[in-house]
Design a protein around this ligand. Structure first.
Ligand SMILES: Cc1cc2nc3c(=O)[nH]c(=O)nc-3n(C[C@H](O)[C@H](O)[C@H](O)COP(=O)(O)O)c2cc1C
Length: 276
């Protein structure tokens, strides 16, 4: 089949989604690789039919991260095949994969494979670890194997007509024991009813901050201004925690009560799933 190039498109503030995408691309094994990282930039890209695209985005609130969705609007294809991947923090991915499928189909892609992977939760800390260290070695090996399966599918098809689409809504959901989920929902409702306001932005320890501007460079939303690093513009902040996880002096923290809740209720590690 006349496909020899792969285009990785991702949005990945804390780099878990991008790691998964890179491993899938390694498994596909084409030497011709293009990367469009939408984390910090908006791009207009027209994908030619002979290019395979891999789109990888994180899940926020059971949906595709809204800023990722916004930045994907400039990507178009004329019938090119695409692999869709959502990465979530071990709680649930809700409707995100189907949402991404609806988007990709409307932009002119043919969806030939889909997957759900787990990445360390943006709110994970040492005290409240949530899927800490994921994607781990096994996840990345699984992602590479998925890439090899995609390559086999491409090689087996004589032309585009024989490259069959998949229905990503039929992907197997991970096993979710009822009790921890029930606890999470009950405590979540209690938390909301308590009226305790959830932090809209990270805290900054002004003593620790040396204004290196790392956070300014890493913020996907432009919510931190150079020279004013101890503040965050709440209206712009998407709570992705790129500034928290990346701060070289650990001056930034995002202390949401949801971290303890998630860490306590979603201890059992979920597994990645694929459909091809
Ligand atoms: C605002 C926000 C909402 C999130 N919502 C969910 C969710 O609904 N389910 C889940 O399992 N993880 C959720 N996560 C965790 C991310 O999906 C996870 O950490 C992902 O690996 C981040 O990707 P990145 O490293 O590419 O930024 C959320 C994270 C943030 C910041």
């Amino acid at each position: 089949m006349d496909i020899s190039e792969v285009h990785l498109i991702c949005f990945s503030p804390t780099y878990t989604s991008k790691q998964v995408g890179e491993a899938i691309v390694r498994g596909i094994g084409f030497t011709n690789v293009a990367v469009t990282d939408l984390t910090l930039h908006v791009s207009e890209v027209n994908i030619p039919q002979h290019t395979l695209t891999v789109i990888v985005v994180p899940v926020y609130g059971g949906k595709v991260a809204p800023l990722a969705m916004e930045r994907l609007q400039g990507i178009r294809a004329a019938g090119a095949p695409v692999v869709l991947v959502v990465v979530y923090g071990n709680r649930a991915y809700g409707n995100a994969l189907v949402e991404l499928d609806t988007f990709a189909s409307a932009q002119g892609f043919k969806v030939i494979a889909g997957s759900t992977f787990i990445g360390e939760h943006s709110y994970s800390t040492k005290q409240n670890p949530i899927a800490a260290g994921r994607p781990d070695g096994d996840d990345l090996l699984y992602a590479e194997t998925f890439g090899r399966k995609i390559r086999t599918k491409l090689d087996a098809a004589q032309d585009m007509e024989y490259l069959y689409p998949v229905d990503v809504s039929r992907i197997q959901r991970p096993r979710q024991p009822f009790l921890p989920l029930f606890k999470f929902l009950r405590r979540g409702i209690k938390l909301r009813k308590s009226g305790i306001p959830l932090p809209r932005i990270p805290n900054v320890d002004a003593e620790r901050c040396n204004h290196c501007a790392f956070c300014v460079e890493r913020c996907p939303a432009g919510a931190i201004i150079k020279g004013d690093e101890c503040n965050t513009i709440a209206e712009k902040c998407i709570k992705c925690c790129a500034c928290v996880k990346g701060c070289p002096r650990k001056a930034r923290t995002y202390d949401t009560p949801y971290a303890a809740l998630l860490a306590g209720c979603f201890v059992r590690q979920k597994e990645p799933r694929i459909i091809i």
